[in-house]
Design a protein around this ligand. Structure first.
Ligand code: SF4
Ligand code: SF4
Length: 643
């Protein structure tokens, strides 16, 4: 847990004398203002690249926010979460969860297990066979999406919700992109992934597989035949290690290694494998290599590099006599600075991977046939914060397979004119390609990043495409560009919306019914930090962990069991209940109880809903700000003007 300067103390040392405490309330106040209720974005949501209303669906799961009528709360939470991200079961399993790093609960004891609850929501929806609604009116507009990975499919989902016809083109035999061909099945179980993909296709998405743009169909034809085109082609080419000898046949890329494995062609590796890199791809490669093991005296045609490069498959029968492979990961920075998710690093270590940090590849040592026999490395010193190569520290790490997982690039064949000079494609803030009206781009081909990033970009791009197809100007993007809680929508859902405005002069609006009173939505501009909460309200409560299968090194060969089993319903509710509802009332009653003027009241049950649980009687309020001080969620601001 990060060390924090935060303190629950409200007074400074020596600040201990007071007269009449009752009078202090009236005299100490400097605000002369009354409470107003302010919704801000919680940091979990602000750190989630797909911008999910995390606070919202946690609040639904733990029972604070109620669905209208007799809708099942888990179903309601599913639709809230998939408003932004249609892959809860997959993302709950594989996302490295930057939301958890940002969670304010880290300042109390530990983050909320957001992605374990997300996995629960996704698994529960799958069990219950929940579908996506497809009720939007048909707009008669057609959009082509090139690339059926997570970004392309999320974009198809958002566009279908707006009533546009969508065709997804993909050059693989199955949809899923990196989710299928980059991440091993024990992290993204294929049945779970296929289910979430099918749910999107069931909205009426047309799919054309095994189709290469620039070969089977040209970009020009696509742009003529469709009203808009989205490039979601990913970055599916790996980068070879740029050192002398790096072109040896048994030096391959992490992307091609994982593609061959996930395609079912690669079933064993070599006896000694060195993987270069420290990111998630490197972690997947080392974990897969340990699981595959090796076979002594493999025929040349069955060597991993030949299987990968020649697009052939290893013979199933050879896998009978597998033995363990020595797998070493070499990273140029210290091991504790690897960008891969800590959880994956720990799992790799447990599974028998040797992690070696501060090693810089110098060259590949080859034999007379040009095959790599070792990776030559130098030791690096990072104590100054910069890399300094230690003189005469070179040594060789013997190996018969080198896998470079140092980055990815795109394959822009057939669309070379879009190359920004770095093998990627530029996008403006609406995800349109600059100077290419009607051509949009999302995901790794802009800059390789997380799956959740591509999903977030898909939402924004779909909105831009909708404006483009309706011949409207793109709308300005908010500072905090996420899927916000919408109080008006919530009130409509529960038939509590304000009355229609009659457009006539009114003297004073405090008693009118055509507006939402005393509520300010700053969620598009502000993220609420821990300092604005009353953290002393929360008891330290341990995180409810998902049961996990800890596979040990000695049992690793051919162990493809899923690492995480999901939370059971009761634990998902308990974990969601740890959420502190940063920036939104969670109905704790503190303000009602502590107000010395009896000015804060609960809204009548029939009129109460999320964000409208309490109200202030301004004829009684004296501006003492006690309600604001005791509000755990930071929802109360002393901001109502002087009176
Ligand atoms: S406590 Fe809840 S609302 Fe606050 S940052 Fe964490 S998950 Fe989000
Ligand atoms: S004190 Fe509790 S009930 Fe009052 S506004 Fe804050 S969270 Fe809501």
């Amino acid at each position: 847990m990060a060390k924090s300067d935060f303190t629950f103390r409200r007074y400074k040392d020596g600040d201990d004398s007071h007269g009449n405490m009752g009078m202090d309330i009236f005299e100490q106040d400097t605000t002369y203002k009354c409470p107003t209720y302010v919704n801000r974005t919680p940091p979990c949501q602000g750190s989630c690249p797909s911008g999910e209303d995390i606070r919202g669906w946690l609040s639904i799961i733990c029972g604070t926010e109620k669905p209208a009528g007799d809708t099942d709360k888990f179903e309601y939470a599913f639709y809230r979460s998939t408003d932004a991200n249609p892959f809860p079961a997959i993302m709950g399993r594989v996302c490295p969860a930057p939301c958890q790093e940002g969670c304010n609960r880290n300042e109390v004891e530990d983050f909320v297990g957001i992605n374990s609850v997300e996995q629960f929501i996704g698994d529960n929806a799958r069990e219950k066979g929940l579908k996506f609604e497809n009720s939007a009116v048909d707009t008669d507009k057609r959009v082509a999406i090139i690339g059926g990975g997570v970004g392309g499919l999320a974009c198809a989902y958002q566009l279908r919700r707006q009533g546009h016809a969508v065709t997804v083109f993909d050059n693989h035999k199955k949809l899923g992109g990196m989710m299928r061909y980059g991440i091993p099945g024990y992290r993204t179980p294929r049945d779970v992934m296929d289910h979430e993909i099918q749910r999107i296709l069931d909205m009426g998405v047309e799919v054309k597989l095994n189709t290469f743009i620039g070969k089977d169909i040209s970009m020009e034809t696509l742009r003529e035949d469709y009203d808009a085109v989205v490039l979601a082609i990913g970055a599916q080419s790996g980068r070879n290690i740029p050192i002398p000898g790096g072109e040896a046949p048994n030096c391959i890329t992490g992307v091609s290694f994982l593609d061959a494995y996930n395609d079912g062609r690669l079933k064993t590796v070599s006896k000694k494998v060195v993987v270069i890199g420290g990111g998630d791809t490197a972690m997947d490669v080392v974990s897969v290599a340990r699981r595959l093991g090796h076979i002594e005296n493999t025929h040349e045609s069955e060597r991993p590099e030949n299987i990968i490069l020649n697009q052939t498959a290893q013979d199933v029968a050879i896998t009978a006599k597998k033995e363990g492979s020595d797998v070493i990961l070499a990273y140029r920075r210290p091991v504790d600075q690897m960008p891969a998710a800590l959880h994956e690093v720990e799992a790799a270590e447990r599974e028998g991977v040797e992690l070696r940090g501060s090693l810089v590849p110098v060259s590949v040592v080859t034999d007379d046939n040009g095959r790599a026999t070792a990776l030559r490395v130098s030791k690096a010193d990072w104590t100054s914060g910069k890399m300094e190569i230690i003189e005469n520290s070179e040594f060789d790490i013997e190996c018969d397979l080198i896998v470079s997982a140092i980055g990815q690039g795109g394959d822009l064949s057939g669309m070379e004119s879009l190359d920004n000079g770095r093998g990627l494609i530029d996008a403006d803030k609406f995800y349109q390609v600059p100077n290419e009206e009607g051509l949009f781009v999302i995901g790794d081909i802009i800059r390789p990043h997380l799956l959740t990033t591509a999903i977030g970009q898909a939402s924004v791009a779909a909105e831009s495409i909708n404006h483009f197809l309706s011949q409207e100007a793109f709308s300005k993007r908010p500072k905090v560009d996420v899927h916000h809680f919408d109080l008006l929508h919530k009130l409509q859902e529960t038939s509590l919306q304000p009355e229609a405005y009659a457009h006539q002069d009114d003297w004073g609006t405090d008693g009118s019914n055509f507006a939402i009173h005393n509520y300010e939505d700053r969620s598009a501009n502000e993220i609420i930090p821990a300092e604005k909460l009353f953290l002393g309200h929360f008891d330290k409560t341990a995180r409810n962990l998902r049961p996990e299968s800890f596979i040990q090194s000695e049992n690793i060969i051919d162990s493809y069991e899923e690492r995480f089993q999901g939370l059971v319903e009761e634990d998902a509710e308990k974990e969601a209940d740890r959420c502190m509802s940063c920036g939104m009332c969670f109905e704790c009653d503190n303000c009602v109880i502590y107000c010395p003027q009896d000015a804060v009241h609960r809204t009548k049950k029939a009129e109460s809903t999320m964000g409208r649980y309490v109200y202030t009687d301004y004829f009684r309020c004296i501006g003492c700000h006690i309600c604001s001080d005791v509000c755990p969620t930071g929802y109360i601001n002393m901001a109502m003007g002087e009176h």
